[in-house]
Design a protein around this ligand. Sequence first.
Ligand code: AMP
Ligand code: MG
Length: 325
Amino acid sequence: MLSTETRLTTVGKDIEKAAAILRNGGLVSIPTETVYGLAANALDPEAVARIFEAKRRPTFDPLIIHIADTFSITDYARDIPLTAPLLMKEFWPGPLTLVLPKTEKVPDIVTSGLSTVALRMPAHKITQDLLKILNFPLAAPSANLFGKVSPTRPEHVIEQLSGKVDYVLDGGDSSVGLESTILGWKEEIPTIYRLGGITIEQIEEVIGPVEKQTHSSSNPVAPGMLTSHYAPGVRLIIGDPPDPLPGIGVLRFCEKLIDFPEDRQWLLSGEGDINEAAKNLFFMLRELDKLNLKEVYIELVPEEGLGMAINDRLRRASAENTQNN
Ligand code: AMP
Ligand code: MG
């Protein structure tokens, strides 16, 4: 078996080739509507171990299992609360991950030894077609190095994981651009562990009030909960910029500042469209990273709907640099 150091990474649209690699215990980066995933056979502990190795992801950080259809959920989860099928009916396929008690079938390495498993049915057509021709589900975290910005295009995967993944299945740009919302049940109370592509309001419309438990600085239920995560190399600071000194940039929601050089300002969405802002977020953080700026001052977006998930990522991406945000 190849070690992760010696993999030849290729990019293409060949689903059969991706399936063959996965059947052999290899790693394939898969397109999803949220971000690109780094996938392996979820039922093969050795293949799953390669994901952790390639990402340099600590093994205490469990993975999401991607399934082909709603009914195969009972192969991997048990004691399913009555509200779960309501959510699945409304939001699957789509960016909602459900955390449920796991069955014996799920290897411990996938769940980092937890008795629960995170499950999702992705909406991207290519990955759905891939899942349909496999006779196993895919364990797949985001295809980036641990703690870094998530990939929304094939070239982002190459930038961080070239030589560590066998094949990148090209499905174009991720349409949502933010990770899935993660929801579990704590003593039967639906609880959001990570904000993402489905908003709290959307979920509450279907099952009523939910709890939110998305912050933890150590031993998180979901490491997307770690205070510092999704971090680019450039120093990000939430707040208004000081004088426009060289090397200082600005990332704002939809309107440029009048008294700051135009060419050092970036907008998440010129139209003020929150979906476009979500889609652009990780891409822009990567682009800003390449410009050798000293500091980038960030404006948070309106704290509602998808804006809550965007602000969550911005706060974590800047966590080491911004005080009291
Ligand atoms: P990623 O796919 O890299 O965005 O990471 C997957 C996220 O799912 C991480 O934040 C995990 O902590 C979370 N996750 C996976 N399994 C579980 C679980 N059993 N309970 C809670 N969170 C989970
Ligand atoms: Mg991730």
